[in-house]
Design a protein around this ligand. Sequence first.
Ligand SMILES: [Zn+2]
Length: 257
Amino acid sequence: MSPVRSILLILSFVLCMYGCASAPYTGRSQLILISEDQERSLGFSAYQSLVKKEKVVRGTAASEMLERVGSRIAAAADRPDYDWEFVLIENDQVANAFALPGGKVFVYTGILEYTKNEAGLATVVGHEIAHVLARHGAERMSIGLLSQIGETALVAAVNSQSPTAVRAFQSAYGIAANIGVILPYSRQQEYEADRIGLILMAKAGYDPHAALDFWERMSRSAQGPKPPPFLSTHPTDEARIKKIQGLLPEALSYYSR
Ligand SMILES: [Zn+2]
């Protein structure tokens, strides 16, 4: 075995000691080098600056619907250790939604035109919560770090002891958190979020067929003059809709109402 190969083997062993995780429901193994605690505190800082910057809607029929849908999906997610919160942002020009690690979910009023009803909103919330449960942000960041930094820095980062390594994590996450809205997840992560999201909405008592209606409305708007921003991170075409159809039987096995 070449020295490079043995170093890689040892390295992947060390990384697995610190960084191997597996996604809920799908069991896909993931390389994640950031701890859940670190991820949550970074998510919380991003949350604090967002609620200061944006116009939060409270006490309307729409914000109450979001809270209702959110708490049902959060209950299905079965992570009481997360600090769930569902924030509606007043901006009809922005059809978008995203979630931060730790359980803060943001929905812009502009997307309500596409979600149409409670089950449609459950599709979006379920999908975003799925990204959080599967720690897709931390995974994306870990893969990014792995390709950017050298072996020495990598080991330091894995140990997370030196302030330099911690800062590297934070700045990498900061970038990911700020442009998280426009930086797309990988296709594999999107597919996984669709799969887990459908299961969560079904467990929460929403018919997962409603997801098809939502994605079809999204797909139609892609042909319009002003495609919603949600589409830049969630490209919706025939292939995606077909895949969602293929995921329905599994989701329906969780649907009891
Ligand atoms: Zn997504």
